[in-house]
Design a protein around this ligand. Structure first.
Ligand code: GUN
Length: 302
């Protein structure tokens, strides 16, 4: 059997088109567009490329976009003051501070300084709490888990009563996606197990999964024999395992590998996300969706 591919690149286009339509309609009725600020500190190449993509996507959607680049040595106090300025700027609905931050800045302090109602990353403790409560309390689900759930829903995978096994317990992916899948509601109602580095028999847990979500950051961790035939496999891993020359651009690019042995797994799974082109493209998409949501809250039309 060859698994159905769950392509993030295609689902991204569907969702971005929906957002674009919504933005056009609201602009016509309210003469306003969503506003997003991206704050980038320093010149980390990976951060620059993520932020560039975020800006490009926001522009494509017709958002008001502010790109606020700060030097590597910006003080923590200045950064906190900057966040405060955007907190009280009514033209801004979403504030994104690109992580990681330089060592002299306390990440927790910075994330906590963002107004929870503009925290489109969903990292503020208030939004983590809202996610835990579930239902109408949820304002901004964190972007990668939200993208995973959206992919599962849009590819027609049954989640109600399904055994979901999440490999990894990070605050950004493992814990929130486990929390989301256990809630009442569409794309959820699952029975969830989280496994991690101290789990005694990883393979035994994975073998029971109807939906296996892997966010461990270990290339090829999940072996094909751990996959239940017909299962849905979501591979969140984006591991750089080498470099190659791009056929398109002639430039050096990273060779990416997921946490799952894709070639063998696709012969066993019912559906599977590729790496790259699976979960990756969904994160920025959901950031845009959260920014639109924040804008609608502001206008009282959410
Ligand atoms: N750095 C890597 N991924 C992310 C993300 O999703 N949000 C922010 N703010 N920084 C990141």
């Amino acid at each position: 059997m060859t698994a159905k591919l769950i392509k993030g690149t295609e689902i991204r286009e569907e969702i971005l088109n929906e957002i674009e339509e919504d933005v056009k309609k609201i602009k016509a009725s309210h003469d306003r567009v969503p506003g997003l600020v991206t704050i980038l500190i320093g010149e980390n190449p990976a951060s620059i490329s993520y932020v560039t993509l975020k800006i490009k996507t926001a522009n494509r959607l017709g958002f008001h976009e502010i790109q606020d680049n700060q030097p590597e040595d910006v003080s923590e106090a200045d950064l906190l003051a900057l966040i405060d300025t955007y907190n009280s700027d009514d033209s801004i609905n979403g504030i994104l501070v690109q992580l990681p931050l330089p060592k002299h800045i306390d990440e927790k302090k910075v994330l906590n300084a963002i107004d929870p109602d503009k925290d489109v990353d969903g990292f503020h403790p208030v939004n983590v709490g809202r996610l835990m409560i579930g239902g109408d309390a949820v304002k901004f689900p964190p972007c990668t888990p939200a993208g995973i759930q959206e992919m599962i829903i849009r590819s027609g995978v049954e989640t109600s009563g399904a055994e979901v096994v999440v490999v990894g317990r990070s605050n950004i992916v493992g814990k929130p996606i486990a929390n989301m899948m256990v809630q009442k509601g569409p794309g959820a109602n699952s029975t969830v197990t989280i496994v991690h580095t101290r789990t005694k028999d990883l393979a035994a847990h994975c073998k029971r999964a109807d939906i296996l979500i892997v966010a461990a950051g270990v290339p090829g961790l999940v072996k094909p024999e751990w996959i239940k035939p017909g299962a849905c496999v979501i591979d969140v891993g984006v591991n750089r395992v080498g470099e190659k020359i791009s056929e398109k651009t002639g430039k050096k690019i990273a060779i990416l590998r997921g946490d799952v042995d894709f070639e063998a797994a696709k012969e066993i799974a019912g559906s599977i996300t590729p790496v790259p082109g699976g979960v990756g493209p969904m994160t920025i998409t959901m950031l845009m969706k959260n920014t639109l949501k924040s804008f609608k809250f502001q206008l009282g039309i959410a």
